[in-house]
Design a protein around this ligand. Structure first.
Ligand SMILES: C[S@@+](CC[C@H](N)C(=O)[O-])C[C@H]1O[C@@H](n2cnc3c(N)ncnc32)[C@H](O)[C@@H]1O
Length: 204
């Protein structure tokens, strides 16, 4: 195991998020991702979409057991950011999880792959921006690294023939995301039709 976490505090964070309708990872998707992390034991994780820090805290269980193993997580919403900072401090994980108050759409462009790169990148923010996140993830991911994206089926809309106008752009972009990860020869991708849809892409 990586880092011991206080299950009671974490359960409170989860219940509080559910009560406040914060869209945290569903249990079934979390189980899949934790299984992958437990095999991979990543040293560096990048998360796009922190919310209240629930998934980042969960992921810290399987960080590589070394002083410089770390999770960087990006959140655009100041209120969420402040809650995440508090939750991570309550869990005493502030040395392991760095929360950045940034718009990932532009912030990722500023990261230099020669200075920072990641073993696992988890995409869980604005669905309409997944293609931009993927472009940068492909640049920032290490060889044999894993890019994971949640909500790629967008409540069934991605596989449905008809969608309301307001959901069409995000739906089409998610379809494009799935097409790209399937066709990109650098990737070995799998779509898990669990939860809201989890796409897992392993860099060859
Ligand atoms: C589905 S929630 C993340 C849930 C979290 N990963 C978990 O499972 O505990 C998506 C989060 O992404 C944030 N977000 C949306 N667009 C963003 C962007 N462009 N940059 C950074 N964060 C963004 C939202 O404010 C929201 O808190």
């Amino acid at each position: 195991m990586g880092y011991r976490i206080n299950e009671d505090i974490l359960n409170n964070i989860k219940q509080e998020a559910i009560k406040n309708h914060v869209p945290i990872l569903q249990d079934v998707s979390l189980d899949l991702i934790l299984t992958i992390l437990s095999i991979k034991r990543p040293k560096k994780i990048l998360e796009i979409g922190t919310a209240v820090g629930y998934s980042a805290i969960q992921f810290s269980r399987y960080l590589e057991d070394s002083i410089d193993s770390k999770i960087k997580t990006i959140e655009i919403n100041e209120n969420m950011y402040n809650i995440a900072i508090k939750n991570i401090k309550d869990m005493n994980l502030q040395e392991k999880i760095e929360v950045c108050l940034e718009d990932a759409t532009t912030y990722l462009d500023t990261l230099d792959e020669n200075k920072e790169s990641y073993d696992v990148i988890f995409i869980d923010a604005a669905k309409g921006q997944y293609l931009k996140y993927l472009k940068n993830a492909l640049r920032l991911i290490n060889k044999r690294g894993i890019i994971i994206a949640d909500n790629v089926l967008f409540k069934g809309r991605v596989l449905s023939d008809y969608n309301e106008h307001r959901h069409r752009t995000a739906t089409n972009r998610l379809r494009e995301y799935l097409k790209i990860i399937n066709e990109d020869e650098r990737l070995d991708s799998h779509l898990f039709k669990i939860g809201d849809g989890v796409a897992v892409s392993i860099v060859r």
